[in-house]
Design a protein around this ligand. Structure first.
Ligand SMILES: Cc1cc2nc3c(=O)[nH]c(=O)nc-3n(C[C@H](O)[C@H](O)[C@H](O)COP(=O)(O)OP(=O)(O)OC[C@H]3O[C@@H](n4cnc5c(N)ncnc54)[C@H](O)[C@@H]3O)c2cc1C
Length: 385
């Protein structure tokens, strides 16, 4: 992106089955393939109900990559295995990864496997935890630089007449279809996108999940682009949820920057069966809060311009949902994703992202980067056929 603009949201969700013609069509496999237009995509690939995992509509790694990998016949998945240590060899003064030790979470037994190359892909919290627990070289940026997209939510309620005028129907139905369909991006600031949830979760994310305190207690400056801020409860919440079908939510994703003070360390006091638990710290920097504020204002202005009769800013508290950049490429690893201080040890998850990728939902980028890293591993350590 070189300038602010909007576009369709690229969702990794399959197209709807053309046979879904009315609300009586059964939404379960094998009768239906692809998206069932029934929402809930945010909660994972449950639809179509009863379909085999590789035919689920939302294409998470579990759905798109794991079955494909298994089909090659070259992959073994070892369930209930929690890796507790990266095993290394230090002969000749170089630290080289030679395998991992893992604990079988069912039997409690510990096993070791050796490997030509080890890829850490335990997520942006557990990967640095595992690194630190293994006593690997503790460089300046190991576990540091966590980005989280410092979210917020802005909600517009529309009246029936306006919707009839704008879209030719009296409701928006935020639970139907691919519930995130359009996004706005502003380079260096972040982005926002439309966002739909089922009513139960909508009552949380649209009205209850706020750090601002009760909405009835919050004074709103008439110059602000929203009518209310904060947590809506009681009769007000019931009234807002009665308008659910005419509600359009926008989630704000800030391009927050990697900062050394935010990240993962080992807790000196508490441990679980796998050793010291991760101690996670993330606090918003004022510069990132200013970006978030700017995006929230633009989102509210968009809703207002679209004809919303009421605009509510939720002011979410920090939420660790998109977690990136705790093992940053360029700091902890080289450009191939291999640790600069440990040979044959690669990072394969979102901790490798050097920053929060501008605020966009990170999974496509994370998966693309993992595929690229796989190519680099093949080039460096295995003969390609
Ligand atoms: C509710 C929710 C909704 C989301 N929606 C979206 C979305 O719509 N779009 C989007 O782009 N992103 C979304 N995200 C973010 C996205 O899911 C994450 O960014 C992504 O899954 C991170 O990938 P990862 O490979 O870094 O880590 P993970 O997906 O967390 O994978 C790490 C894996 O390692 C395993 N593990 C951890 N420790 C160990 C260990 N020691 N030994 C063995 N295994 C271990 C874990 O069990 C896990 O399976 C969402 C996240 C949440 C929580």
């Amino acid at each position: 992106m070189t300038e602010a603009g909007y576009r369709n949201q690229p969702n990794a969700i399959t197209q709807p089955d053309e046979d879904i013609t009315d609300s009586d069509t059964p939404l379960a496999g094998p009768d239906v393939r692809g998206s069932v237009l029934a929402g809930h995509e945010y909660q994972g690939p449950v639809h179509p109900l009863g379909a085999p995992v590789d035919e689920k509509a939302k294409r998470s790694s579990l759905v798109s990559w794991v079955p494909a990998a298994l089909e090659t016949g070259h992959v073994t998945i070892r369930p209930n295995a929690f890796v507790t240590r990266v095993v290394t060899d230090t002969t000749g003064g170089t630290v080289t990864a030679t395998g991992v030790e893992f604990r079988d979470t069912w039997t409690g037994e510990t096993h070791e496997v050796s490997a030509d190359v080890v890829v850490l892909a335990a997520g942006s919290i557990e990967t640095p935890r595992l690194w630190l627990k293994s006593g690997l070289p503790d460089g300046d940026w190991v576990g540091r630089g966590m980005t989280t997209h410092w979210f917020d939510m802005v909600v517009g309620v529309f009246d029936e007449e306006t919707l009839e005028e704008q879209i030719g129907q009296p409701t928006l139905n935020p639970h139907v279809g691919q519930v995130s369909a359009a996004r706005y991006e502003e380079p260096g600031v972040g982005c926002f996108e439309t966002f739909g949830y089922n009513p139960g979760l909508a009552s949380l994310v649209n009205y209850s999940f706020s750090r601002a305190g009760y909405s009835f207690d919050q004074a709103v400056d008439p110059a602000d682009p929203w009518d209310s801020v904060g947590r809506v409860v009681g009769r007000d919440l019931k009234s807002k949820m009665a308008d659910y079908r005419r509600t359009l939510s926008i989630i704000v994703l800030t391009d927050d920057r990697p900062r050394r003070e935010n990240g993962v360390a080992l807790d000196p006091r508490f441990a679980d069966e796998h050793g010291p638990v991760p101690l996670v710290r993330w606090e918003p920097h004022p510069d990132d809060s200013a970006r978030r504020e700017q995006l929230a204002r633009t989102a509210a202005t968009v809703l207002r311009a679209a004809g919303a009769s009421h605009v509510h800013r939720v002011d979410w508290p920090p939420l660790l949902l998109h977690i990136q950049s705790t093992m940053r490429m360029g700091e902890v690893t080289d450009a191939a994703g291999e640790a600069t201080e440990v040979a044959r040890l690669f990072i394969g998850d979102h901790s490798l992202l050097a920053n929060g990728v501008g605020g966009v939902n990170p999974t496509h980028t994370g998966q693309a980067l993992a595929l690229r890293t796989a190519d680099r591993i093949a080039e460096r350590y295995f003969e390609r056929e």
